[in-house]
Design a protein around this ligand. Structure first.
Ligand code: GLN
Length: 305
């Protein structure tokens, strides 16, 4: 048998080592997520040249949740430009949980969630869904069941929307914004689609399979910088310290890291740590990056560790 490709070998090793690691628990504040089988595990790499490698339950479609924020941020950057996004949202780490009210209080109500555009809620939703599909794959789609589950239990997020409104950082009806945000979190995608989003970001906005430019090249470094600052919420610093790649998690169990110019590394496994990041997802992605020698802060000449 021919030797497997080094990327495939790195994936197989990481999957074998961490694919069934115990620990963590499914998100349960969204009822839909509590019932996702917690043994599911998948790991995938999509390179900027479109080549793909994977292991595990890679075709299982899971909830995108907060990973959607990088897609909506991309749309906001395309529509408004980076200066306005920085002024209205900011790009600093809060050091606090993803749904922290305290973070808003500490920053005079300045938001952490993506800018929403003018226009009707339906129009905004369709554009947000379209950018998820353009960055990833056409089969990313809303789950009515998941959306109903989230809309029925998002009182905390509705409170955040009203606080943003009160502080002057909401540019449309707050309940409409919360409705669209909840829908953007309620799409399903598989681990290959997630890695494809990573590859599009890795290539400066060019889709790895279609070759189409989805984003302006100047916007992707800003998305990756935001991912470094806040992608794993209050454990983003530990991730940067140990792995050194921009990354984004979602409470659906998805986990994505980007190696600029090279690849997206994606994983899925439902059990989360206390910060809301996939326990096995982080381990698997970190192991692939480490085996392949990718860490943005390592000088090319220095050998690991
Ligand atoms: N829809 C979820 C929420 O807003 C997403 C959170 C996440 O993935 N971190 O609570």
């Amino acid at each position: 048998m021919p030797n497997p490709h080094p990327i495939q070998r790195a994936i197989d090793d990481a999957f074998q080592a961490f694919g069934q690691l115990p620990g963590g628990a499914n998100a349960d504040y969204i009822p839909f997520l509590a019932q996702v089988p917690d043994k599911l595990s998948a790991l995938a790499v999509v390179c900027t040249d479109g080549s793909r490698y994977w292991a595990g339950d890679v075709h299982y479609r899971f909830a995108i949740e907060s990973i959607s924020k990088i897609c909506t941020l991309a749309l906001a950057l395309e529509d408004w430009g980076h200066d306005i996004v920085q002024e209205k949202i900011g790009a600093d780490a809060t050091g606090l949980p993803f749904n922290s009210i305290m973070a808003l209080e500490l920053h005079a109500g300045k938001p952490l969630s993506p800018l929403v555009n003018a226009g009707s809620a339906e129009e905004r939703w369709q554009r947000i869904l379209a950018i998820q599909q353009q960055l990833g794959t056409a089969d990313i789609a809303l789950s009515e069941e998941l959306n109903a589950s989230e809309q029925a239990t998002n009182a905390h997020n509705r409170a955040i929307a009203w606080l943003l409104h009160a502080a002057g950082y909401m540019y449309c009806d707050p309940m409409e914004a919360c409705d669209v945000y909840t829908r953007q979190c309620s799409t399903l995608l598989d681990t290959l689609a997630l890695a494809t989003i990573g590859a599009t970001l890795a290539s400066g906005g060019v889709h790895p399979v279609s070759g189409q430019r989805v984003l302006q090249a100047g916007n992707t470094p800003r998305i990756l910088a935001d991912m470094t600052m806040e992608g794993l919420y209050d454990s983003s610093g530990d991730w940067a310290y140990t792995v050194g790649l921009p990354a984004k998690s979602g409470v659906g169990g998805g986990m994505l890291a980007v190696v600029p110019g090279v690849m997206g590394i994606a994983a899925f496994a439902p059990p989360l740590d206390v910060f809301g990041n996939s326990v096995r997802g982080q381990k698997m992605v970190a192991a692939v990056a480490d085996t392949l020698g990718y860490n943005l802060y390592r000088s090319p000449a220095s050998a690991a560790p």
